[in-house]
Write a protein that binds this ligand. Sequence first.
Ligand code: IMP
Ligand code: MG
Length: 174
Amino acid sequence: MAEHVEIMLTEDEVDNRIREIGEQISKDYAGKTVHLICVLKGGSFFMTELAKRITVPVSLDFMSVSSYGGSTKSSGVVRIVKDLDEPLEGKDVLVVEDIVDSGRTLSYLLEMLRDRKPASVKLCTLLDKPERRVVDVNVDYTGFQIPDEFVVGYGLDYDQKYRNLPYIGVVKFD
Ligand code: IMP
Ligand code: MG
């Protein structure tokens, strides 16, 4: 089936918002080191841009999870495909995600990370689809709240395509 992508948030809008969130995080973590955890692959584009806008010391780690379910739905049962390299004990952890949809993946993941005894755990997401929430998740930093549409770009994919778009778009089927 042929498809095309319509722009929802331009590159400038996304970049400006990331700059604002970076400033806010820098204020909130003054005097601390923020330990950013990127959930691969989707969170990687946002995380690197965000890290560049944070002025307090930053350390980074990566993890990859897969949820059992279809490509556009998540079941909430999460399997760790790649675990973090570093322990979290005593660290001020900020999980960086591309999007919170049902909230199933994140609620599972956050609980698992809290078990590792970090000093604090917060969540930062570029996009949030509040209408789709099934499991309650506390989001500390949100780039944009968006309507219930399937979006791509800035790390988000449709069938592994479009992650590299520098803007957020909606997939339309022709
Ligand atoms: P949740 O557990 O339902 O919150 O699922 C979150 C994950 O589903 C995200 O990290 C994405 O990988 C994927 N996802 C949810 N909505 C979208 C979307 O609109 N476009 C691309 N991926 C999405
Ligand atoms: Mg994700």
